[in-house]
Write a protein that binds this ligand. Structure first.
Ligand code: SAH
Ligand code: SF4
Ligand code: F3S
Length: 478
């Protein structure tokens, strides 16, 4: 007897193809078996990876809450455990394999425990095979575009007592109105696009998240309006490449339009992530400059400072284009803060090409940068390139870049000392319960003493010490 029900298996060939996307209004129905078995019980979700995964966790939590379950952080108390995975680099994937391995013990104690693996790792053909083989105790594999089916997949598991695999690569439907249980009470992520069409040659995301599809402006605005009305202070518009928002709708809707419309709703702070330099146009810069509630901070991945490498990466901009964009942004908004992502050791990157990256980093002067050693992802074009650069050499380049980036980060952080910043108070500091912590407009963490009543408010804080990745501040009495 086959013990697994396979609804859909992932396929990179299918993920590469283009499908017309459609929008479906989702209506939650809790299957009887789920109510009977899980109502009043607890769930635990561990999320790795980017904002897309975090926002997916909120939908999974929303669905489980609709089934009258509650969140727990205690593995032993959970009846459902979901591991929401990231596949962007090999290291990320390996960490997840470790985490899943640890769950076997729990299954031995609690035979009814339902273990689900979701997210980007299961969307990879080879990884799914490996996961199924290595961890036979996993009950459900759920793809990134099957989240709305969560309760039905659990129903199948319970009623048929079989494992379930539902990982489609060709379903590009946008599901609206999936219940949501937000993680933070004052700050929210709002998806504007799903997937990615850029197919940068090193990147697995277009395969794991599918084709780029935009939500309709009215759906985005409705979600944002609810957030504003319920007292949220900050919205971050989320997409792998927010600047491409609307292009697939083919009706003239653009990112600058949705950015402006959300800004007009009157949210105190509006952010967006991530920006692809290629699609960042003047109109977007103008909207940013016009609305003070759009935060002057952009994460603008550079990836490499060499035109040849950028071309091999399929990034579709040159160093000149990138630097011109930076100049334009700074001309319109002199106080703009820039952060970036950089990959070192792309296949066959020469020493000279690496030095060009250092030059650009030096020129732009970032407030922070995430630096990565190139990690081949099976199925991507770059993974098929023969690479003549040793691991050791890549490691050396990485350390060299890190030194420059750290020095920049430190110098730029030191500039805050003595300044007053507007801080959105997140809650009690995780490191010291006598302190509150919050974020500046440029998205830097500040710890300071103050009453609990300030949580969720925006207050003025004077920075008195820089600890590079966080600040110590003093509340300014207004
Ligand atoms: N959509 C976003 C984020 C993509 S993933 C963007 O385009 O910026 C976040 C970062 O991970 C990327 O910016 C890139 O710097 C890094 N990254 C992606 N694939 C990688 C790989 N195969 N090896 C090393 N770093 C990678
Ligand atoms: Fe990956 Fe490029 Fe898409 Fe970013 S824009 S998610 S790096 S393919
Ligand atoms: Fe990771 Fe998937 Fe995001 S691979 S970075 S969780 S889109």
């Amino acid at each position: 007897m086959n013990k697994t029900i396979i609804n859909n298996l992932p396929s990179f060939t299918k993920a590469r193809k283009r499908y017309p996307s459609k929008i479906v209004n989702f209506k939650v129905e809790v299957p009887e078996s789920v109510t009977a078995k899980l109502s009043g019980k607890s769930f635990l979700i561990r999320t790795f990876g980017c904002q897309a995964n975090i926002r997916d966790e909120e939908s999974m939590a929303g669905l489980l809450k609709a089934a009258n379950m509650q969140r727990t952080e205690n593995e032993k108390a959970a009846s459902v455990i979901i591991i929401n995975t990231c596949a962007v680099r090999e290291g990320a994937e390996q960490r997840i394999f470790g985490q899943i391995g640890n769950l076997k013990q729990l299954k031995l104690i609690n035979r009814d425990l339902i273990i689900i693996v979701a997210g980007c790792v299961v969307q990879q053909e080879e990884s799914l095979v490996k996961l199924r083989k290595t961890f036979p105790f996993i009950d459900i594999f759920m793809g990134t575009n099957a989240i709305h089916k969560l309760l039905n997949l659990i129903d199948t598991k319970i009623t048929q007592n079989k494992k379930v695999v539902d990982v489609p690569s060709d379903d590009v439907t946008v599901y609206e109105n999936v219940p949501v249980e937000r993680i933070a009470p004052h700050k929210a992520f709002v998806n504007i696009t799903y997937g990615c069409d850029k197919f940068c040659t090193y990147c697995i995301v277009p395969y794991t998240r599918g084709k780029e599809r935009s939500r309709l402006p009215e759906d985005i605005l409705r979600e944002c309006k609810i957030l504003v009305d319920s007292g949220y202070q900050e919205i971050t518009l989320v997409g792998q490449n927010v600047n491409a928002y609307g292009l697939d709708l083919k009706n003239g809707t653009t990112f600058s339009y949705i950015l402006e419309e959300v800004a007009k709703l009157g949210i105190a702070r509006l952010r967006f992530i991530t920006s692809h330099p290629w699609n960042f146009n003047d109109e977007m810069i103008n909207v940013m400059a016009k609305y003070p509630n759009i935060m002057r901070k952009i994460h603008l991945p550079l990836q490499s400072g060499s035109d040849e490498i950028l071309k091999l990466m399929g990034r579709r901009y040159t160093v000149k284009d990138y630097l011109e964009l930076v100049s334009k942004l700074r001309a319109k908004m002199p106080d703009i803060v820039l952060t970036t992502d950089i990959i070192v050791g792309f296949p066959n990157e020469t020493e000279a090409q690496f030095l060009e990256t250092l030059k650009v980093v030096d020129k732009v002067n970032y407030e922070g940068a995430f630096t990565f050693i190139y990690s081949p992802r099976s199925g991507t074009p770059a993974a098929r390139m023969v690479d003549n650069v040793s691991r050791e050499e890549k490691g050396k380049r990485f350390d060299c870049l890190k030194e420059l980036v750290d020095a920049q980060t430190e110098t730029n952080a030191a500039k805050y000392v003595g300044k007053k910043c507007r801080v959105l108070v997140d809650g009690v500091s995780k490191k010291d319960i006598n302190f509150l912590s919050g974020y500046t407009e440029s998205d830097r963490v500040v710890h300071f003493e103050g009453p609990l009543a300030l949580i969720g408010k925006i207050v003025e804080v004077k920075i008195i010490e820089s600890r590079v990745y966080s600040f110590l501040g003093e509340l300014v009495n207004e």
